[in-house]
Design a protein around this ligand. Structure first.
Ligand code: HEC
Length: 128
């Protein structure tokens, strides 16, 4: 019986951690690679600054507000399956993740040492 107490305490703390909002992580290398893909395949419609094209804005306060509730997994899904509009689904998984890292950076998220991964997307939002 004595053993169950610490185990329960541990369980409690991991649940509490999972409930906390976490800030998305990505590396500068991912954002840099994503910038190239974005320039070549997205900028024509979404603008060179992500918010100065004819297509919906991908940066700025309105964009952040719109995407603060859905997860980055939802965002990635839309981006990966419907974009680029002229050739939907043509980005590789890696390219799409890199573009997402670039979009994060352009919304003033800071790159770090840990790479953005597909698995982590469900725990992230466009929210700091
Ligand atoms: C030919 C023009 C065109 C290109 C190229 C293009 N997009 Fe789009 N994009 C659009 C239009 C128009 C919409 C809005 C209509 C829609 O949702 O289908 C959109 C919507 C989006 C959305 C949803 C935004 C929101 O807030 O709902 C995302 C994310 C997105 N694009 C990302 C990208 C990325 C990343 C690329 C490059 C890989 C890209 N797009 C290339 C025209 C384009």
């Amino acid at each position: 019986m004595k053993r169950t107490l610490p185990a329960l305490a541990l369980l409690g703390s991991s649940v509490a951690l999972a409930a906390l909002a976490t800030t998305p992580v990505f590396t500068k290398a991912q954002a840099d690679a994503g910038a190239k893909v974005y320039k070549a395949q997205c900028a024509a419609c979404h603008g060179t600054k992500l918010n100065n094209g004819g297509a919906p804005k991908l940066a700025g306060p309105d964009f952040m507000k719109k995407w603060s509730a859905p997860t980055l997994d939802d965002f990635y899904f839309i981006m990966h399956t419907t974009m680029p509009q002229t050739k939907p689904g043509s980005l590789t998984e890696k390219e799409a993740l890199n573009v997402l890292a670039y979009i994060l950076q352009q919304n003033s998220f800071k790159p770090g040492t840990k790479a953005l991964t597909l698995k982590a997307l469900k725990g992230y939002h466009f929210k700091k």
